[in-house]
Design a protein around this ligand. Sequence first.
Ligand code: NDP
Ligand code: 8X3
Length: 251
Amino acid sequence: MRKKVLITGASSGFGKAMAHRFAKEGWNLIVTGRREERLNELSNELTAQFDVEVLVKVFDVQNRKEVFDALSNDDRLDDVDVLVNNAGLALGRDYFDEAHLDDWETMIDTNLKGLLYVSKAMLPYFIKNGRGHIINIGSTAGKEVYEKGNVYCATKSSVEAISQAMRIDMLRHKIKVTAIHPGAAETEFSVVRFKGDETMAKTVYEGYQPLKAEDVADTAFYCVNLPAHVCINSLVMTCTSQANSFYLLRK
Ligand code: NDP
Ligand code: 8X3
């Protein structure tokens, strides 16, 4: 039987690359995000290219009701094998005292509360099946806190903590939990962080070869294809020019 993955934040970056990677390997998909048009385009592209089924679900992970309305009691989700909690963002890069409360709230509501809502909505399916795998996308920003990273770093540090907590509490249900912590990767991430300032976003990736979205997709795919008795609990990945949040070699 074909395997099935639900990916949040599939309209761009890592999530979109994961959708391609899993589809290429014959997995059926549920792709989610807020931008319906992009998700429909992705769905059309994948179904035309690969022999797979793609279900689009549009919701904002910040909105608890939308999440549970979209994901609860849907028999098309009964056989989901893997959930990838990928939807997330940074907003602003400001000193703590100068940062905007609205940016903080959006990051907390998306990166942390959104991940909790989606996980909680999907767990009944996994628990009923007595198996499942949750991949949570954290960041090197959660490993070493950097200047002006404050709340973004805090949300990603929380992703690691929550992943560890899930791993422990899900042991009895035989559900795997893996946190993947990528370093700098060129996606729409920095354009979003700098609120549409593409010039500023480009400077983040100048002078070195950052990770590509496909690198993260390959890693997620590797983690979910390990034998049933093996689970990667936490994984940090960076491009070769980056050692951690602080050490990045630019030409
Ligand atoms: P992108 O901006 O390219 O993609 C982000 C995705 O998240 C989009 O598909 C977006 O969809 C979705 N998303 C954002 N907010 C919401 C929301 N409220 N509800 C539903 N979906 C939402 O960034 P990346 O692919 O780079 O980022 C993916 C994840 O990886 C994030 O969690 C990010 O923090 C993390 N990360 C990124 C790194 C990088 O350097 N790029 C490094 C380490 C971690 P839509 O707008 O359609 O809702
Ligand atoms: C994204 C990587 O270094 O911009 O999580 O925080 S970084």
